[in-house]
Design a protein around this ligand. Sequence first.
Ligand SMILES: *[C@@H]1O[C@H](CO)[C@@H](O)[C@H](O)[C@H]1NC(C)=O
Ligand SMILES: *[C@@H]1O[C@H](CO)[C@@H](O)[C@H](O)[C@H]1NC(C)=O
Ligand SMILES: *[C@@H]1O[C@H](CO)[C@@H](O)[C@H](O)[C@H]1NC(C)=O
Ligand SMILES: *[C@H]1O[C@H](CO)[C@@H](O)[C@H](O)[C@H]1NC(C)=O
Length: 561
Amino acid sequence: MIIIIIIIIIVCDVSKCWKFKTFPCAAVEVKNELILGFKEGSKERSELEKALQNLKGKTEEIPCVIGNEEVWTKDIRYQLSPFNHSHKVSKFCYADKELINKAIEASVAARREWDLKPVADRAQIFFRAADIISGPKRADVLAKTMIGQGKTVVQAEIDAAAELIDFFRFNAKHAIQLEQQQPLDSDGSTNTMLYRGLEGFVAAVAPFNFTAIGGNLAGTPAIMGNVVLWKPSDTAMSASYAVYKILRESGLPPSIIQFVPADGPVFGDTITSSEHLAGINFTGSVPTFKRLWKQVAQNLDIYRNFPRVAGECGGKNFHFVHKSADVHSVVNGTIRSAFEYGGQKCSACSRMYVPDSLWPQIKQELLDVHKQIKVGDPVEDFSTFFSAVIDDKSFSRSKGWLEHAKTSPHLKIIAGGNCDNKKGYFIEPTIIETTDPQEKIMNEEIFGPILTVYVYPENDYKKVLHLIDNTSPYALTGAIFSQDKAVINEAGKALRNAAGNYYVNDKSTGSIVAQQPFGGARASGTNDKPGGPHYVLRWTSPQVVKQTHVPLTEWKYPYMG
Ligand SMILES: *[C@@H]1O[C@H](CO)[C@@H](O)[C@H](O)[C@H]1NC(C)=O
Ligand SMILES: *[C@@H]1O[C@H](CO)[C@@H](O)[C@H](O)[C@H]1NC(C)=O
Ligand SMILES: *[C@@H]1O[C@H](CO)[C@@H](O)[C@H](O)[C@H]1NC(C)=O
Ligand SMILES: *[C@H]1O[C@H](CO)[C@@H](O)[C@H](O)[C@H]1NC(C)=O
C-alpha cells in the first residue's frame, strides 16, 4: 500500500493532479504491444488468412472525407497491389484545391471545441482505437497492409499492428503526462501551464511504407488538441482508410482529422497558401520537404502563426564492421536490415564497410543466405522474405541503379542484379562491391533491396570512420559491429553526428516506440523523435496562466521611499 502511494506521488506529483483534476493520473500504464507469431494453426493466422481471402481480387472504393461528408471528385485514381499490379486494391479520388480549402475551413471551425476538451477525453479515443486494432480489426488492417503495400506477415504485424498501437497508446500517455509538467507556484499566486493545440490546422503528409506512420502523423497532433488534414499516400490508401475509420469508430468527431487524398503539389500549394496553416508534419523525400519549407517561407507574411515545419526524409544508412566483429551478427543483421521490406525503410542499411581480413568469410556467408531469400507473393506464400517494391516509379529507380552497377567501372554485382515487372514490381536482392567509397551509390538514397560494400584495409579503420561521416548528406541510422570496447568508444565519438539512431552490434533498423525514439538530422530531417515523450511537445503551444489570490496593495517600490 505504502509503495503504491509513493509511486503515485512520484509519477504524478499529487498536488498538481488535484489542481488539474486529472487524478488518478498514475493509472496510465502502457506497455509495448506483443508481436504475434502467426505460426501454422494459430488463431491469429487463421483470422489473417480469412481477411486476406476476403480482399482477394476486390477493389475498395475510398472517398475523400471532409467533415462528416464522403465526397467524390472526378479525378479518379487506383492503388495497385505491388506484387500483382493487375489487382486494383482501391479506387479513390484526388481532392482538388477547392475541396482542400473546404477541409481547411471545416477543420478550423471544429478546432476550438476539440482543443478545449480535457486531454484525458481525447486520449481515450486513441486508447480505444489501439484496442480495436489490437483486437477485432487487427487482421483487416494487416491484410490491407500486405496486399496494398506488399508487406510480408511479420513486416505488416510490426508496422500496422504493433507500431501503430504503440504510437497511439504511448502518445496518448505522453500527452496526459505532459499536463503534469507544471511551473512553480509562489506565495499568494498559482501558475498553470495549459497545453493548447496550435491555433490553425496541421497538415500531415504521409509516406507509403508504414501504415503506422500515417496513423501517427495524423493522430498525434489530434491527441494534443489540433485539427489535421491528412493526405494519405496513394500507395497506402486502403490501410490508411481503415485506420481513419477505426479512429472515427473510436469516437473521433468529424472534422478533427480530414481524410484528403490529393496530388502532392496541389495539396502543398493549397495548405501553404492558407493563413491558418499552423504546422506541417511530413515524411517523404528531401526535395518535396524543401519545396514545402520554401513555400512556407515565401508565404510567411500571410500566416497568423509561424508554422511548425517538421519532417523525416531519407537515409543512407551504414553498417561499419571492425575486425573484432562477430561475423554471424554482421551477416544476419545486414541481411535483415538491407532486404526486409525490399529496403523500403528509411533505416535500411545500404552501405557497408568491411575489413579485408573478414571479407572472404562475410562475403561467403552473405552469398549463402542470399540463395535462401525468397522474393515473391507474401499472401500466397508466408515464407516469402520480401515482396515487390511499391510501384513502377520505385521499380524504375532501382532498375536504374542496377544498370548503373553493371556499367560503372568501380562496381561489381556479386549477387542478384535482375528485375522483372511483368506481374509485380520485383527487384532481386542485390549485393554490390565497390572499389571507390565515394561512388554515388555510396551516398545517394536508393530505397530498394540493394546493398553496396566497400572493403577497406583492416588497419585503416579510423580513416573509414571519418569517411562514413563525410560520404552522404544523410544522418539517419547506422550501426557498428565490434567486440573491442575502445573501438566502440572511439566510433561513438567519430560518428556522433552521422546518425540520429545509432546501433552497436545490432542492425540499423527496427526501432520500437518508447525504446528507440526515431529520427535523424542533416538531410534526414528535423529529428523530432516520434515514439518518445518529446514528440508531443512539437504539437502544442502552451499558455501560462498566473493567478494571484491576494489584493495588489502597492504601486511604489521600496527604493522609491
Ligand atoms: C492478380 O490479380 C488479378 C486481378 O485481380 C487476379 O485475377 C489474379 O488471380 C491475381 N493473381 C494472383 C496470383 O493472385
Ligand atoms: C544467423 O543466426 C543463426 C542463429 O539464429 C545462426 O545459426 C546462423 O549461423 C547465422 N547466420 C549466419 C550466416 O551467420
Ligand atoms: C518511408 O518512406 C519515405 C519515402 O516515401 C521516406 O522518406 C521515409 O524516411 C520512410 N520512413 C521510414 C520510417 O521508413
Ligand atoms: C511526423 O510524423 C512522422 C511519423 O510518425 C515522423 O516520422 C515525423 O518526424 C513527425 N514530425 C514531427 C514534428 O515529429
